[in-house]
Design a protein around this ligand. Structure first.
Ligand SMILES: [Zn+2]
Ligand SMILES: [Zn+2]
Length: 610
C-alpha cells in the first residue's frame, strides 16, 4: 500500500505559524508548460527527488515527478496528496538526462520525463520497491557502432561476458518480444502488462535483472554501474517517431553514456548517415565489418517499359530458377508514389534548391516541395528528354499479385503466407524475413522508394536494399528493377561496399545542408479553423526573423485529407545549437496550453520532411 497521509500534528502547525518555513516540493507534469509547480510536503510524507507524486493541478489530481525539494515559505501552496511509489522511480542522473533531452527538443521537462516512465500503479497499491541505484560515473568509453553480419550473435555473447547490467532498446514491441525471448529477459515495453513493466523497471534499477529489454519509453531506466546500453537497428525510423520524448533514442543514449560512463553499443548493418559521420569524426568507434556471403545483385533497367507487366526478364528468370531449386522468391512492391517522373528517361521532378522529389497534389494541380513549400504547375513534358509520359507511376501489391499469378499459374503466390513460393509485400515485409532465408528478392519498382519526397529517400532505399541482400541465401539473387541503375545506393549494394554509399550520401547532405551538417526543426500548428491556424504559424515564422544562422522556409498547409483539424507547418534549418536559438523566440507560443486559434508544436530533428 502507498503510505497514508498522516494529519498534520499540532506541533507542526505551531512551527509553521512561527517560521512559515516548510518543506516544499517542486513537481513537473506532463503538460507543455516548462516550469515546476510548488507544493507543501505534508508532515509524515517522505518524498525524494525523482519520486512520482499525486498533486492537485488545475482542479484535479495528476501524477507528476518531484524535481526539487527545499525549505521555504509555504503560504498559499497546496499540499501534495500522496506518493505514487514509496521510493523514487528515477535516479538523479536520469532526472538530469531528462532535463537535457527537454532542452534539446524544446519540450517541457515534465512531458519528457513522464513519457519515459513505466505506467503508475492503479488504485494506489504499489509493489514493494527499493530506490534506484545512483550511477557512479566511470571512465568514459567511446560508443561502438557494430555493422558486421554477426552483430546480434556477438551482442548475445558479449552480454554473457560483460559484468553489470544491460539495457537493450529495440525499435518496436515485436522486436522487443523477440529479444526478451532470446535473452530470457524481462520487458519494459507496452507489449506486457503494466505490473510486469513496473517490476522489470525496479528489478533493473536494483540490479536484480542482468538484462532488461524495452523500447524507447525505457531509455531512462536506472541501472547500477557498470552498465551496458545496446540500441538495436540504430537506423530504424521507429527510434524517433513524432511526439514526446522528441529526441532520437540514439542521441539520448549517446548523452547518457557520456554522463554515466556506460558502455554503448549501436547495432545496424546500415547505420544512419549521422552515426556514420560521428564514426568518421572519431566520436564513435566503428570496427571493420568482414564481408559476409553476398547474393548476385542484378539491376534491370525499366526505362520505357514496365507499365503493363511488373516483371522484367531477369526477375522472371530468377523466380523460375528459384522454384526449380525449391527456394522461395520475395517481391517487394513500394506503395504508389506521389512524385512525378518521366517514363522515358527516368528523370524525377525535383526541387532545384532542396534536391528532394516534388510531391504531386492529390488533384494533380500542383507540384510542391515539402521543405521550402515552392509550388509549380506540373509540366506537360519532361524537362530532361522532352518526353510526354510523365506519371506518378507505381505498382501496388494487388496488381502485382494478379499479374504474377497469370505468368506462373502453378506456383503458390501469397501476400500473407510466409511459406508461399512467391511472397509479395511492401518494404515492411523485409523486417519479417530471417537472415539468409529466401532464394531471391526482387524489387519490382525501386524508383517508388527513391522518389519519396524526403531528403532521407536515398538512405532508406539503401537500408532496404541491404536488408534484402542479407535475407537471401548464399548463391541466391537480388534483382533490382529501376530506372536508376546508376544510383549510388544501388551501386554500393551491388559492390557490398558501405563506405562508398556514405561518402556520396554525406556529400549530398553537405551540399544541400541536411543533417548531420545542419539541423532541422518543424514548427506546426493545429486548430479548428484554417485562417487563424495559418495566421498563428505565420506569427511563429515572423518571430524567428533576424536570428542569425537560421533558414526559415515559408509555411504551407499540411491539413490531412478529410482531416477534422486544420494544420500548417514550416521547416527551419540551423546549426547544432538550433534548439537554443529557437527556444526564446518560440517560448511565447509553446507556453500556453491551448490558444483559441490553435496549438503550436515543435518537432526537432524530424526523421522525415514530408
Ligand atoms: Zn525546395
Ligand atoms: Zn524524360
Amino acid at each position: 500500500m502507498a503510505p497514508a497521509l498522516p494529519q498534520s500534528a499540532d506541533i507542526r502547525g505551531w512551527q509553521s505559524a512561527n517560521t512559515r518555513s516548510r518543506l516544499i516540493a517542486d513537481v513537473v507534469f506532463d503538460i507543455p508548460i516548462d516550469h515546476a509547480f510548488s507544493y507543501v510536503v505534508p508532515a509524515g510524507l517522505v518524498v525524494g527527488r525523482g519520486q512520482r507524486v499525486s498533486a492537485p493541478l488545475q482542479g484535479r489530481a495528476r501524477v507528476g515527478v518531484v524535481v526539487g525539494l527545499r525549505e521555504g515559505d509555504a503560504a498559499g501552496l497546496k499540499p501534495l496528496q500522496r506518493a505514487v511509489e514509496p521510493v523514487p522511480v528515477l535516479s538523479e542522473a536520469a532526472l538530469e538526462l531528462g532535463r537535457w533531452a527537454a532542452g534539446e527538443s524544446l519540450s517541457s521537462w515534465g512531458s519528457t520525463l513522464l513519457s519515459l516512465l513505466p505506467p503508475p500503479p492503479r488504485g494506489g497499491a504499489a509493489e514493494t520497491v527499493s530506490p534506484p541505484a545512483a550511477p557512479a560515473p566511470g571512465p568514459s568509453r567511446a560508443p561502438e557502432l557494430w555493422t558486421d553480419e554477426r552483430r546480434e550473435e556477438r551482442l548475445v555473447e558479449c552480454l554473457e561476458r560483460e559484468p553489470g547490467a544491460t539495457l537493450l532498446i529495440a525499435p518496436d514491441r515485436e522486436a522487443a518480444a523477440r529479444w526478451a525471448q532470446r535473452l530470457d529477459a524481462p520487458r519494459l515495453d507496452s507489449g506486457v502488462s503494466e505490473a510486469e513493466r513496473r517490476r522489470a523497471w525496479f528489478a533493473a534499477s536494483r540490479g536484480r535483472s542482468r538484462v532488461v529489454v524495452g523500447t524507447r519509453s525505457a531509455l531512462l531506466t536506472p541501472l547500477p554501474p557498470p552498465a551496458t546500453l545496446a540500441l538495436i537497428d540504430e537506423h530504424d525510423p521507429a527510434h524517433k517517431p513524432p511526439g514526446a520524448p522528441r529526441l532520437h533514442s540514439r542521441d539520448l543514449l549517446l548523452r547518457r553514456a557520456e554522463l554515466d560512463g556506460s558502455r554503448l553499443l549501436l547495432l545496424s548493418a546500415t547505420p544512419s548517415a549521422e552515426s556514420w559521420w560521428h564514426a568518421r569524426q572519431g566520436r564513435i568507434v566503428r570496427p571493420d565489418a568482414p564481408p559476409a556471403p553476398w547474393p548476385e545483385v542484378i539491376t534491370a533497367d525499366t526505362r520505357g517499359i514496365l507499365r503493363n507487366h511488373p516483371l522484367t526478364l531477369p526477375l522472371t528468370r530468377a523466380i523460375e530458377d528459384m522454384s526449380r531449386q525449391g527456394r522461395r522468391a520475395v517481391l517487394i512492391v513500394s506503395r504508389r508514389t506521389s512524385a512525378l517522373a518521366c517514363d522515358e528517361c527516368g528523370a524525377v521532378l525535383r526541387c532545384p534548391d532542396c534536391g528532394v522529389a516534388l510531391a504531386l497534389a492529390r488533384d494533380r494541380s500542383a507540384l510542391r516541395c515539402p521543405l521550402c513549400a515552392r509550388a509549380d504547375t506540373p509540366p506537360d513534358h519532361c524537362p530532361a528528354c522532352g518526353g510526354h509520359r510523365l506519371s506518378p507511376f507505381g505498382w501496388d501489391p494487388e496488381r502485382v499479385q494478379t499479374s504474377v499469378a497469370r505468368r506462373f499459374p502453378r506456383l503458390t503466390i501469397s501476400r500473407q503466407n510466409l511459406e508461399a513460393q512467391v511472397l509479395i509485400g511492401t518494404p515492411a515485409l523485409l523486417r519479417a524475413l530471417p537472415r539468409r532465408s529466401v532464394g531471391c528478392v526482387g524489387f519490382v519498382a525501386l524508383d517508388g522508394l527513391l522518389r519519396v519526397p524526403d531528403f532521407r529517400a536515398g538512405e532508406r532505399t539503401w537500408q532496404l536494399l541491404w536488408a534484402a541482400a542479407e535475407s537471401v541465401t548464399p548463391g541466391g539473387r537480388l534483382v533490382i528493377q529501376t530506372q536508376h541503375p546508376e544510383h549510388y545506393a544501388v551501386r554500393a549494394v551491388q559492390a557490398q561496399d558501405r563506405a562508398t554509399f556514405y561518402e556520396d550520401e554525406l556529400k549530398f547532405r553537405a551540399e544541400l545542408g541536411y543533417p548531420p551538417y545542419r539541423r532541422l526543426a518543424e514548427v506546426s500548428a493545429r486548430g479548428r479553423e484554417d485562417g487563424p491556424v495559418r495566421a498563428l504559424v505565420a506569427e511563429c515564422a515572423a518571430a524567428l526573423q533576424g536570428i542569425g544562422g537560421l533558414t526559415v522556409y515559408p509555411p504551407a498547409s499540411a491539413t490531412p485529407p478529410r482531416g477534422r483539424n486544420s494544420r500548417w507547418r514550416f521547416v527551419i534549418k540551423g546549426p547544432a545549437e538550433l534548439p537554443r536559438l529557437l527556444a526564446p523566440a518560440l517560448a511565447p507560443f509553446l507556453g500556453r496550453r491551448r490558444r483559441s486559434s490553435g496549438m503550436v508544436e515543435v518537432e526537432m530533428d524530424p526523421q522525415s520532411n514530408g
